[in-house]
Design a protein around this ligand. Structure first.
Ligand SMILES: [Zn+2]
Length: 60
């Protein structure tokens, strides 16, 4: 019975790939898929830059 609450209206379902046409704000690599819906007013990073950013955050 608890299953009904999962994944019906929320578009934050895990592993749902969003297709589109973006560019990495850092290195300019074309991005065609994202694991989330990107906000239009936020920078988008490719995997490599994303991981770099994460690392930078963690090291401080
Ligand atoms: Zn990049």
């Amino acid at each position: 019975m608890a299953f009904k609450q999962f994944g019906s209206k929320r578009d934050f379902a895990p592993r749902e790939m969003v297709k589109g046409d973006w560019k990495c704000s850092e290195c300019g690599t074309p991005i065609t898929e994202l694991p989330f819906q990107p906000a239009p007013d936020r920078p988008i990073y490719c995997r490599e830059c994303w991981q770099k950013k994460r690392r930078e955050r963690f090291s401080r």
